[in-house]
Design a protein around this ligand. Structure first.
Ligand code: C5P
Length: 350
């Protein structure tokens, strides 16, 4: 199978040899790999009247992917329920586990390996509470489109981790259905719908792997960085609710801002970048969940350039000089952590 990059997404068809353009695939399933993100910087600037927090954050996608397979519902010829069946949005969620990188040849192999029923990812809702379904329903209500879709969602990005797996899935749905349903929506229109679904969703529709995000997180300034960065990520079995963590955060004195981190990343000065990592949500997360402090202590004893919790946690990451160092750090973390912790070696896409 061939996969093509399109912004943050890798797209293709699960049928081997399928290389046609996505727009001319009316009857074929479409497969989209969509990435997790890390926050290398997240500062809370204030509380807003709408209950959200004003923030400045540097987000970066990394090579840990969920996979969505979209199948158009066709009206069944002799069915009396033709309209009802073809107009529905439905979703099945599978635990696809983690392979160390994206399953580039997903499709039949992916189906065999996946476990139906979201084993080990009990936090991922299957029905209309899932952000992927909400994204499809929002597109239908905004555009008046009455077409249906079935989505098989293969989860690898841990939930309740600060890695934005649900937001990434929702962005992939907006991107894919705009093509499959031939809605002709611009990126700006998709991003404005995205911000109605969640604060992180718009980021995944911007074409760069990294961006500075402001407002609630939905105002995106794409960021071109010269070098590939390598990370090790650890996720404890427990998660945290984003709303809970924001509720417990206290405003701190302002830092010098994201600028000096961006400058050092642009210069390729990883040592300085490692000292500029910041997350205002980490202190409240540590208070709410002892696993975060445990990971922080564990990362502090390893040889990474810098380490930080991502988003509202509980995933924790270390910045490494190269992939080999990330793999060594991962091996040490696995040896020293609980069996149920998950450890990933990832990089930001080139
Ligand atoms: O936007 P999203 O649904 O991801 O946000 C989840 C919750 O996190 C919000 O309901 C809000 O309580 C909190 N939040 C916030 N400020 C932000 C983003 C999220 O207070 N900028």
């Amino acid at each position: 199978m061939r996969l093509r990059g399109s912004g943050q997404f890798l797209i293709g068809s699960p049928q081997a040899g399928q290389r046609r353009q996505v727009c001319s695939l009316p009857n074929q399933p479409l497969l989209v790999h969509t990435p997790a993100k890390l926050n290398l910087f997240l500062e809370i600037l204030g509380q807003r009247d709408d209950g959200f927090h004003e923030l400045e954050t540097l987000m970066m996608t990394v090579s840990l992917y969920d996979t969505l397979v979209f199948t158009e519902k066709r009206p069944h010829k002799n069915s009396t329920h033709t309209e009802e069946t073809s107009e529905e949005v439905s979703l099945r969620c599978f635990d696809a586990g983690y392979s160390g990188s994206c399953h580039r040849n997903a499709g039949s192999a992916l189906r065999q390996n996946a476990t139906e029923g979201a084993t080990g990812i009990t936090e991922v809702p299957d029905g209309r509470d899932n952000l992927a379904v909400r994204a499809a329903e929002l597109l239908r209500s905004k555009t008046g489109c009455r077409r249906g879709i079935h989505i098989d969602l293969y989860k690898r990005i841990p939930a309740a981790a600060g890695l934005a797996g649900g937001s990434s899935d929702a962005a992939a749905v907006l991107f894919a259905l705009n093509r499959i349903w031939q809605l002709g929506l611009s990126r700006d229109e998709l991003q404005s719908f995205a911000s109605e679904i969640g604060s992180d969703v718009s980021f995944f529709l911007n074409p760069q792997s990294a961006a500075i995000c402001r407002g609630r997180g939905e105002i995106i300034e794409p960021l071109a960085l010269p070098n590939r960065l390598h990370f090790v990520i650890a996720k404890p079995p427990s998660g945290l609710s984003t709303a809970d963590v924001f509720r417990h955060c206290r405003l701190q004195d302002r830092s010098p801002g994201v600028g000096s981190l961006v400058d050092s990343l642009r210069r390729g000065d990883l040592r300085t970048a490692g000292q500029r990592l910041l997350n205002s949500l980490q202190a409240p997360a540590e208070e709410l969940n002892p696993d975060v402090g445990r990971l922080k202590a564990n990362f502090a004893s390893h040889n990474t350039i810098g380490h930080l919790m991502s988003g509202s946690g509980t995933a924790y990451f270390g910045v490494c000089r190269h992939r080999c160092e990330a793999r060594k750090a991962a091996a040490r973390l696995r040896a020293s952590m609980k069996h149920s912790d998950q450890v990933f070696v990832v990089a930001n896409p080139p």
